[in-house]
Design a protein around this ligand. Structure first.
Ligand code: ADP
Ligand code: F6P
Length: 466
C-alpha cells in the first residue's frame, strides 16, 4: 500500500484540542498506512521561512512549513478568511476582495507545492483539504506530479449567483479540474458545483463526471463524520471524570443546555443567545430551571469581523444574565476556552439539549458528537440548523431555521419538555445512521473512489446522504 499524503492548512496535533472539524476528523481517520501530513506549522516568522520541519509520531509524519508574516496575512487572514470563508458561507457583504490577497493565496499554494513535490514517491496518494488549498492541485501538476490527487471541501459550496460575486470565481473553479476527484460534504454542495459549471462554464455532468473548460473531473458527496463507537465509549467513561462531575454538581436540579462552537460568525451564536433570552422572557418557569452552557473558544482573532462579533456576543450575554440572573444562579454560562475531547463528550452526555444552530456550516461535527455521546436510556435532544450539512443526515433532530429566533426558542421549549420515549426514538434513528456512516466509512469511500475511478459512480455512492 502506498503512503497517504494529506495536505491541509491546519495540521492536527494529538496534544492540542479545538483545531476545528478538519483536524479532528483527520486525526480520527488514520488507519494502518503510513501517513504524511503536510501543512502550515501554525508559526509566523519575520524572515522567509526556514526548511520544512519533519516530525515523526508512529506511522504519522508531519511536514510543517512556517509562514512569513506577509503571507500569513495575505493568504490566511485575508484571502482564505476574509474572502473565501464569507463568500462560501453566503456572507458576501463581509468579503473584502483584493488582487494582492489573491496573489498571496496563489503564492503560498505554489510554495507548498514546491516544498511537497520533491518529498513524493511514485505510489503516494494525495488528499488535499479545504478552501485554503484549492489551487494546490494545479501547482503540483505544473511540477509534473502525476500521482492521484483528491480534494475535499470541508465548507459549503455556494450557489452560483453567490460564488459569482468573487471576481476570480472562474479561475478558482477551473483549478478544481486539476484534481482526479473532488469531494463535497453534501448532495446540496455537489449540486451547487454542478449548477455553477453548467451556468457559468457551459459544462455538463455525465455519470458523476463533470465536463467543462475542455477537461473533466469526477465529483461526489462524502459527508464527513466522527468515530461514532469511540465517541460513545469515551462519553460513557467521561461521565465519571472530575470535570463532568463538577459540572453536574453545579447544576443542582437544573437541566443543562449546551452549545460548543468555535467563536465564528457562521455559527449563529448571536441568534442563539437571543433565542435563549426569548425563551426566558416568555416562559418564566425556565429562569431558574435551566443552565445554558456556551463553550466558544476564540478563533481567527486577527480578523476584525471575529473581534466585532465577539464584542457583540459578550454584550448580549452580559445583558441576559443581568436581566434574568440571581445572586445564586446565572442562566447563561459562557466559556472561551478549549477542553480535552473526553471532557467535552462528558459535558454533552450531561446535557438535556444541544443547540447547534449555525447560519451555514459545511457539516458540523459537534452535532454528531453530541448524539454519539448520549446515554441510550436517557438521551438528550439535538436542536439543529437546517443549514448545517449534518441536518441532511440527522433528520430526527429538531430542525430549525437559525435566523428565526422564535423558532429556536420554541424548539428549545419542546426539547426540554420531550418525554423520554420520544427522545429515545429520535436518538436511535440518528445513532443507527452514525454507526454505519462514521469517519472510517468517510475516509474509505473517498479513498476508494480516488483509487478506483470506475468504481463508485455507476454503482451509486455509498456515502451519499439518504
Ligand atoms: P468547525 O470545523 O467549523 O470548527 P465542527 O463542529 O465541524 O466545526 O468541528 C469542531 C470540532 O472542534 C469538533 O470536533 C469539536 O469537538 C471540537 N471543539 C469545538 N470546541 C471545542 C472546545 N472548546 N474544546 C475542544 N474541542 C472543541
Ligand atoms: O472545518 C473548517 C475549518 O475552516 C478548517 O479548515 C479549519 O482548520 C478549522 O475550520 C479551524 O479554522 P482555522 O484553521 O482557521 O483555525
Amino acid at each position: 500500500m502506498g503512503r497517504l499524503v494529506i495536505v491541509s492548512n491546519r495540521v492536527g496535533s494529538s496534544l492540542k484540542s479545538n483545531e476545528g472539524g478538519l483536524a479532528t476528523a483527520m486525526l480520527a481517520a488514520f488507519d494502518q498506512r503510513q501517513v504524511i501530513w503536510f501543512g502550515w506549522s501554525g508559526k509566523v516568522t519575520d524572515e522567509p521561512p526556514g526548511p520544512t520541519r519533519v516530525q515523526r509520531e508512529g506511522r504519522l509524519t508531519r511536514m510543517l512549513v512556517d509562514l512569513e508574516h506577509t503571507d500569513y496575512e495575505g493568504y490566511y487572514l485575508e484571502f482564505a478568511n476574509c474572502v473565501l470563508w464569507p463568500v462560501f458561507h453566503y456572507r458576501v457583504n463581509l468579503a473584502e476582495y483584493g488582487r494582492e490577497r489573491w496573489a498571496a493565496y496563489n503564492r503560498v499554494n505554489e510554495m507548498f507545492a514546491e516544498r511537497l513535490a520533491p518529498a513524493l514517491e511514485p505510489d503516494d496518494i494525495l488528499w488535499v483539504h479545504d478552501y485554503h488549498l484549492i489551487p494546490l492541485g494545479s501547482a503540483l501538476r505544473r511540477l509534473r506530479v502525476d500521482n492521484p490527487i483528491g480534494f475535499f471541501l470541508h465548507i459549503p459550496f455556494p450557489a452560483p449567483e453567490v460564488l459569482a460575486t468573487l471576481p476570480v470565481h472562474e479561475t478558482l473553479v477551473r483549478a478544481l479540474f486539476d484534481y482526479d476527484l473532488v469531494g463535497f460534504q453534501t448532495e446540496n454542495d455537489l449540486q451547487a458545483f454542478r449548477d455553477y459549471v453548467q451556468r457559468e462554464a457551459g459544462g455538463w455532468t455525465e455519470d458523476g463526471t463533470i465536463h467543462a473548460f475542455g477537461t473533466s473531473v469526477r465529483a461526489a458527496s462524502f459527508p464527513i463524520s466522527i468515530d461514532t463507537r469511540l465517541v460513545a465509549a469515551r462519553a460513557a467513561r467521561a461521565m465519571s471524570t472530575r470535570q463532568a462531575a463538577r459540572l453536574r454538581d453545579s447544576l443542582s436540579d437544573r437541566r443543562l443546555v449546551i452549545g460548543v462552537d468555535r467563536l465564528d460568525y457562521t455559527k449563529g451564536l448571536v441568534h442563539r443567545v437571543d433565542a435563549v433570552e426569548r425563551l426566558l422572557e416568555s416562559n418564566p418557569q425556565y429562569r431558574r430551571a435551566i443552565v445554558v452552557l456556551q463553550i466558544a473558544p476564540p478563533s481567527r482573532e486577527d480578523v476584525s469581523e471575529y473581534q466585532r462579533m465577539r464584542a457583540e456576543l459578550d454584550a448580549r450575554i452580559g445583558r441576559i444574565n443581568g436581566r434574568f440572573g440571581d445572586p445564586d444562579h446565572l442562566p447563561l454560562r459562557y466559556v472561551n476556552r478549549s477542553f480535552r475531547q473526553d471532557t467535552l463528550f462528558g459535558f454533552y452526555r450531561a446535557s438535556r439539549v444541544a443547540l447547534v444552530t449555525p447560519l451555514r456550516d459545511g457539516m458540523n461535527l459537534v452535532a454528531k458528537e453530541f448524539v454519539a455521546s448520549q446515554d441510550p436510556d436517557d438521551p438528550g435532544v439535538l436542536v439543529l440548523s437546517r443549514f448545517a450539512g449534518a441536518a441532511r443526515e440527522l433528520k430526527t433532530a429538531l430542525i430549525v431555521n437559525p435566523f428565526d429566533v422564535d423558532q429556536i426558542a420554541d424548539a428549545l421549549d419542546r426539547a426540554l419538555a420531550m418525554p423520554v420515549e420520544e427522545r429515545r426514538e429520535r436518538y436511535e434513528t440518528m445513532m443507527a445512521h452514525l454507526d454505519t456512516h462514521d469517519v472510517h466509512a468517510w475516509r474509505d469511500s473517498f479513498l476508494d473512489a480516488l483509487q478506483h475511478p470506475d468504481g463508485i459512480f455507476t454503482a451509486g455512492h455509498p456515502m451519499a446522504a439518504e
